[in-house]
Design a protein around this ligand. Sequence first.
Ligand code: GLU
Ligand code: MG
Length: 442
Amino acid sequence: MDRLAADGIDVVRVVYPDLIGTERARDVLLDELPRASDHGLAFCRAVYHTSPQGDVVPVGGGLDAGLPDICVRPDLDTLVTLPWEPGVAACLGDVVDPATGAPAPESPRDLLRAVLARCSDHGLRPVVGPELEYYLCDPEPGPTGGWRRYAQDSGVVYTAGLRADPDNHLLRVLRQVRDLNLGVISGNHEFDGGQFEINLTHSEAMSAADRAFRFKAAIKELARKEGRLATFMAKPFNDAGGSGFHLHLSCEGAEGTEGRNTFDDPTGAYGLSATARHAVAGVLAHAPALAALLNPTVNSYKRFGPDTLAPWLIDWGLDNRSAMVRIPPERGSGTRLELRLGDAGANPYLAVAATVAAALLGILAGDEPPAPLEGYGYDATKSARLPTTLSAALDALEADTALAEVLGKDFTTSFLSYKRNEVERFQRHVTDWEFTEYAYHL
Ligand code: GLU
Ligand code: MG
């Protein structure tokens, strides 16, 4: 506390992820920090069951249990000064259910912790590198209250500077997020006007998920500071591509072999170890269920499709961006798979936990993947299709009892209830498309 006070900090923001991976938080005055650490901060468990529109969805343990508490304790090891908010430092919070003293059942961070413990039981230490894309939007002029893309240029993929970023958004946020110690490496303009990608370095999986979670929150907050909207939703615009959340995955051995990449084997098929090939097979085998967690909105399925650089089929390939799983060309310590399935709207903890769980199941099953995709993909005669709706992906998750068991049955039940409510609300909603399509002619 003395150190924080000397640094001019008088508020500590305690932050934790909800089910959809957005921040829930409380600002705690510095003098109150010891009490918050000892007693914890009380929130309502229904924080995990609240829709983006603010309705509490009926999920077991929430409304039906009388809206009980969860208790959040600051994890001061994760404390970092917020460069854009003078006097405020932020840290992650650990969430327990005060009734049991155990982690809260829906806590995404604890779910990942449990999956990583399973990996550790099998001598595996997953290493993850997150790549996130997002769109920046400006307020629509006039009274509509809408948002439009910050820039409309085409042909600006892989550029930096004023050519497609007239207000130097990228440079500004890159420096700010660097100062958050999130392991941010670099950024550039993405494919469509107003779309950016910023890469985070690889690390042990929990740290990667923590950093991706904090990164998304920081980018959105920095855009708000400028009166703008940064969105990681999967496919915000009809006339532009979606935003991906590519996950690079490799594994180190358990204690004693740290630092050795167990996915590398110069003598193995494709220069990949059996562990790596089994991990690929696991990700392919569980892909329909994985979609529920990596593509968790009704909007997510509009990002998929032929010729999108997002996947459409359940396939893998060697340095092939048209496949769902790409094996980048590096070998040695850089040997890894890149799962291109996820969209940027996914909860980073759930995306990492599900990917690691599927890889683990593949490694335990010891299956080999089919022959890799050759050439340009998106040929539905060669590979099975991914689910085409959130509803189908949720059914696939429910049917995938092996994956649900690794993720936790209670978590899976809660997640399915929460997301099926989202599907039902969408199905009842009359969309702009329907009015445009039918109203005049019918
Ligand atoms: N925007 C594409 C997606 O939604 C990915 C583009 C890229 O290859 O980086 O996955
Ligand atoms: Mg990209």
